[in-house]
Design a protein around this ligand. Structure first.
Ligand SMILES: [Zn+2]
Length: 431
């Protein structure tokens, strides 16, 4: 599902490039909304095959898709009641009920186990170290000309605090490689933590709130772990931490379960005694009333709320309160797509539009994307270097055009690969 720029979002409404009913199976690498978010529409529009994914991806995708359907229904209703939609009436791309339908189509595929996908196609999912359940996908196509197609999905990093590092890429004829950070290198985590600790301390000293718009899946977990560590090292003051996103709290349960059960994806050293995510002052806010009550909090605190790029969700009303207040700080803790409020803030906007009105930006705004679960350009190249052979073609996908081109150029120059940036919905022969 496309997010961000309107031109991109409009593609969600265009007819799917192939008849959904003609698709035999879908392989889902991980639960993030940009990967799983279109499935409810695909199933509603006639896709009747299995969605192949790991068990943790299935559990997380069910939460993500249901939340997405719910939000879209709510947004459409709100737009209709306020009359600010250009569409009359505004309608959701799909509903929560469509999302429940898609969740029923999942079939669990264990890691590292070749599994029949459909006809001559066998799929193998290997850990990608990106979020819980995330995988790369290798499709072995047996036919007159056997070929292997490999998709990186979103590639994680070897230093994820909870997950084991990604498995190396296999030998493949064709590769699809993501390029979210294809032209960038992350700040070292230790430096980012130092900046975050300093920001939290000075915001607390001036009596403000630290607001962290956060992706509900994985980022909330990684941030809570970091806060717990910073507190235990005495690097930040003890502040109440409010996790204000029902979806993030559902996801937190899945992570807690995986950690408690010693899931093989989890780093053994990340499992300590007690709740790994609670530094002693974690408040889990489930209801709208609890969320609204935060508006009257007038002591230093940390609020983590979705959505991560401030495109919707409860974080909007926290931004409405915090942005005009120079005591507060807003921490953008991950990738901010073009066309989102998060990107505008990251680029230094002095005013942004929220819930129908413009709000001045007086709060301190910081970008701390070292907590990103995406490999950066260097990490991607060195991981791909581990492939047993160069693919016939590497298609660089899932990035803004300049990021895709930058990564393709590095694969060409540094690895000697034939790397191409395709255009969306382009058709090519792979064997
Ligand atoms: Zn992802």
């Amino acid at each position: 599902m496309y997010q961000g720029l309107k031109d991109l979002r409009e593609r969600n409404w265009a007819p799917f490039p192939v008849d959904p009913g003609s698709i035999d199976a879908v392989v889902l690498t991980h639960a993030h909304l940009d990967h799983s978010g279109y499935l409810p529409a695909l199933v509603r529009d006639g896709f009747a095959g299995p969605i192949l994914a790991t068990a943790q991806t299935a559990a997380l995708a069910a939460i993500v898709m249901a939340d997405s359907g719910h939000l879209q229904e709510e947004d459409a209703q709100y737009a209709n009641s306020k009359g600010f939609s250009k569409h009359h009436p505004a309608r959701p791309l799909y509903t929560e009920e469509d999302a429940l339908g898609a969740a029923e189509s999942f079939r669990h595929v264990p890691f590292d186990t070749p599994t029949a996908a459909s006809g001559d196609v066998t799929v193998t999912l290997r850990p990608a170290g990106h979020i819980l359940g995330s995988s790369t996908a290798t499709l072995q196509v047996d036919g007159p000309v056997a070929s292997t197609l490999f998709a990186s999905g979103d590639l994680g990093r070897s230093n994820h605090p909870i997950l084991r590092p990604p498995s190396p890429p296999p030998s493949a004829d064709v590769m699809l490689v993501e390029s979210t950070y294809g032209d960038r290198v992350h700040e070292p985590v230790a430096e980012a933590e130092e900046r975050l600790a300093a920001l939290i301390s000075r915001t607390a000293a001036r009596g403000g709130t630290v607001l962290i718009p956060s992706f509900a899946v994985d980022r909330t977990e990684v941030i809570l772990l970091a806060l717990r560590r910073l507190l235990s090292q005495g690097r930040i003051p003890a502040l109440p931490v409010y996790a204000d996103s029902p979806m993030a709290l559902e996801v937190l349960k899945v992570y807690r379960r995986a950690m408690a059960s010693g899931d093989p994806e989890i780093r053994p050293e990340s499992i300590s005694g007690g709740d790994p995510f609670d530094s002693g002052s974690l408040h889990e806010l489930r209801t709208q009333e609890q969320s609204r009550e935060l508006n009257s909090v007038d002591y230093p605190s940390i609020i983590i709320s979705a959505s991560g790029m401030a495109t919707g969700g409860r974080v909007l009303h926290h931004l409405q309160r915090c942005l005009p207040d120079q005591r507060c700080a807003v921490v953008l803790a991950g990738y901010q797509a073009q066309g989102t409020r998060g990107r505008l803030l990251a680029d230094g906007a002095r005013s942004i539009k929220l819930l129908g009105r413009y709000v001045p930006v007086h709060a301190e705004v910081a970008v701390v994307d070292a907590f990103s679960p995406h490999a950066d350009s260097n990490e991607m190249v060195s991981w791909l270097r581990g492939a047993p052979r160069a693919p016939g073609t590497a298609f660089v996908v899932h990035g803004e055009p300049h990021a895709g081109r930058a990564l393709a150029e590095r694969l060409d120059i540094e690895l000697g690969w034939h790397a191409v940036v395709p255009v969306p919905a382009e058709r090519v022969r792979v064997s």
